[in-house]
Design a protein around this ligand. Structure first.
Ligand code: ADP
Length: 421
């Protein structure tokens, strides 16, 4: 089996999000954590490579993305997808634009599209402005993100300083007229030398139109949702065979929830889970800096196997700011990520097999600690958040990696219940 689509994601939860949506089609999806060391063996029709480059220095991000592209080309892929966050998490330096331009150069692509819209999760784009629910991005809780605060809402303005070639817009009035109209608009922009086209989308039908118009581009970029119609379109094109659903593998009991995301939604999820009376341990970055993660691990080892404990650093914007002023943002993030990673490893060694992780960077740290390099993608708990299955330390584990803003308030309970069903 050769790979039809090769996708590169800038963080781990983003990769599972994309992988989960592609897996809805029943086509086999393989998720790799980092660029695999060896050459492709048994590649799946959809290969997603998860990198941890959202906030990496630009040169490092570009180099890693190009290495991923090279591996995917060797797996046989001819179509590629660059996946970033549906809230366009980036800075004026990058990394969304620089990576896209590097991939375009390697592929000889003259043009690509940017569509982070995800209507099911409340992300929509109109006239180039990205909305989170009813708020423009720059007025949403994303303005307080610990690493990539988003203070503008206009995608052309956000992208322009990140790229060297011109940026343009294919707006909703065009998209609403269908795939042919969009194709014509893209050609018109190409003739004007516009390499980077932001495309409006406010509903799933728009994503269908965009995927239809762009499905043969060497490179598409966006959030995960615009990739959702691709499997169906390629099945109709005869590029992919129809696939039956695969039943999820059995995993042992014992769960732990690890939360390092400070998003508004994760704060609500942590509060809701604590209200269930489940055991919970709060990681304080200041404490972790002065002492270590040992108290958390001791606490964990004192719990019964049936308990599904929550270990969290999740905090509200004011306490995150206070911590960052004390420790520096990067150091605070690092301390928390190291602590979550150590807790994950300890939990596995205590016999726990089910891991719910909240936060993109946090998920990267946890999967790295668990030595997970490849995941089989299963059913979604919430849009964009599937359960995945992997080997860790010689045993099978289930993992779900939730991006900060995703899932309902009851997400942690939803996730655990779903594996029992
Ligand atoms: P999200 O998916 O919401 O962006 P991430 O895990 O990617 O979540 O990013 C959250 C970052 O904030 C991580 O680097 C994490 O270590 C850091 N962090 C978590 N808790 C705190 C805290 N209490 N104070 C400061 N930083 C924190």
């Amino acid at each position: 089996m050769t790979t039809v689509l090769g996708a590169i994601a800038d963080d781990f939860t983003g990769a599972t999000d994309l992988a989960g949506l592609l897996a809805r089609s029943g086509v086999r999806v393989s998720l790799r954590m980092g660029v695999p060391e060896g050459p492709p063996a048994d590649p799946a029709p959809f290969e997603v490579i998860a990198l941890k480059i959202r906030t990496a220095p630009v040169d490092d991000a570009v180099a890693e993305a190009r290495a991923a592209l090279d591996w995917l080309r060797r797996a046989g892929a001819e179509r590629f997808f660059w996946k970033y966050c549906s809230t366009f998490d980036s800075t004026p330096e990058g990394n969304i634009g620089p990576v896209a331009e590097a991939l375009m150069r390697d592929l000889g692509a003259e043009q690509t599209i940017y569509c982070p819209a995800f209507p099911e999760n409340g992300r929509s784009i109109f006239m180039g402005t990205l909305f989170v629910g009813e708020q423009p991005l720059g007025e949403s809780p994303m303005k307080d993100h610990p690493l990539t605060p988003m203070r503008d809402s206009n995608l052309m303005r956000l992208l322009a300083p990140q790229v060297t070639q011109p940026v343009g817009l294919a707006n909703r009035l065009t998209v609403a007229r269908g795939a042919k109209a969009l194709t014509a608009r893209l050609a018109e922009l190409r003739a004007e030398g516009v390499a980077h086209v932001v495309v409006d989308a406010v509903a799933n039908e728009d994503l269908q139109t965009i995927a239809e118009a762009c499905r043969d581009m060497p490179l598409m970029t966006g959030g995960s949702a615009v990739a959702m119609p691709l499997p169906g379109l390629w099945q109709a094109d005869g590029l992919l065979s129809q696939a039956g659903a695969v039943s999820p593998p059995k995993v042992g009991p014992g769960a732990v929830i690890l939360s390092g995301s400070c998003s508004a939604m994760t704060n609500a999820q942590v509060a809701a889970y604590r209200e269930t009376g489940a055991p919970a341990f709060r990681l304080d970055p200041q404490d972790l800096d002065e002492r270590s993660v040992t108290p958390a691990i001791d606490w964990l080892s004192g719990l019964s196997a049936e308990a599904a404990p929550l270990i969290y650093a999740t905090a509200d914007p004011a306490s995150v700011r206070a911590t960052q002023e004390n420790l520096g943002a990067a150091r605070a993030g690092e301390i928390v990520e190291e602590a979550l990673a150590a807790c994950a490893l300890a939990a596995r060694d205590m016999g726990r097999r089910r891991f719910v992780v909240a936060g993109g960077e946090s998920s990267g740290a946890v999967t790295q600690a668990l030595g997970v390099t490849r995941l089989d993608v299963g059913r979604e708990i919430a849009p964009g958040v599937p359960w995945c299955f992997a080997e860790s330390g010689g045993t099978r584990i289930a993992l779900t990696l939730k991006s900060g803003n995703f899932g309902a308030e009851s997400f942690f309970t939803d996730a655990l219940d779903m594996l029992d069903r």
